[in-house]
Write a protein that binds this ligand. Structure first.
Ligand code: CA
Length: 248
């Protein structure tokens, strides 16, 4: 099984050499028809450690958002086949709650108003700095998972989502990107059981050959780096990180 898992890692779309990631563990969709900007967005978000899917027109973007469990969507307003405002309205009508940051043309203040009315959580006017987009993305995902602060603590383990640093009793822990993303997801949802399927869906992009056995391998590795009892296996259901208030 170890050998199988190693083979699969090579298929991931995220570079393996980079050990410390700047950002969260989560899954992002970019809907932007400008091919250059689309590529830049995907590049910056992947580099920051997110699993990124992409769409170049409104129909495809709408479909992906409707069917895949994203943690954040970057949505251009002016799109071929289906415009951004209609897409957003339809998602919200079918009760999709993921945070959406819209991209608007400069000087089109009416797009911002319409976008926010349609259910956007934030907007950026083009052109924008990638750093600003990444900061806003981090803020949205923190808010969506109910953590206003960038640090999450579980027992001795502390995770800083801004710097992607993990410490245990103040000592830095070195994690691979996959270990980090897994730990961050569990810590964001601490106190509740997270299934292997949910982890696979949230941690990897569409192209990943989904196999929940790899999750077991990553959990095993994590348990060697942080106190093993922090990640509880709930037989037949998944994993749970014990919240501090459970300990009592
Ligand atoms: Ca456009």
């Amino acid at each position: 099984m170890q050998k199988l898992a190693t083979t699969r890692i090579a298929a991931y779309s995220i570079p393996r050499r980079k050990l410390i990631y700047e950002a969260d563990e989560l899954r992002v969709l970019v809907v932007e028809d400008d091919a250059d900007l689309n590529r830049q967005l995907v590049g910056a978000l992947s580099e920051a450690g997110y699993a990124v899917d992409t769409a170049l027109d409104g129909e495809e973007g709408y479909y992906l958002g409707d069917t895949e469990p994203y943690d954040l969507i970057i949505l251009d307003i002016g799109l071929p086949k289906m415009d951004g405002i209609s897409i957003l309205e339809q998602w919200r009508r079918s009760d999709k709650k993921f945070p959406v940051i819209i991209l608007t043309a400069r000087d089109r203040w009416s797009d911002k108003v319409q976008g926010i009315d349609a259910g956007a959580d934030d907007y950026l006017a083009k052109p924008f700095h990638m750093e600003e987009l990444l900061a806003r993305a981090r803020a949205q995902m923190r808010r969506a998972t109910g953590h206003a602060k960038s640090e999450i603590e579980c027992g001795e383990v502390r995770l800083d989502t801004n710097s992607a640093r993990v410490t245990c009793n103040g000592e830095p822990i070195k994690l691979t990107s996959h270990e980090f993303r897994l730990l961050a997801y569990l810590m964001h949802h601490r106190g509740r059981v997270v299934s292997r399927t949910e982890l696979v869906e949230h941690l990897y992009d569409q192209d990943f050959d989904r196999d929940s056995n790899t999750i077991e391998v990553f959990v095993g590795r994590l348990r060697k780096k942080i106190p093993a009892e922090i990640i509880e296996t709930v037989r037949g259901l998944g994993y749970r990180i014990i919240a501090d208030d459970d300990a009592a």
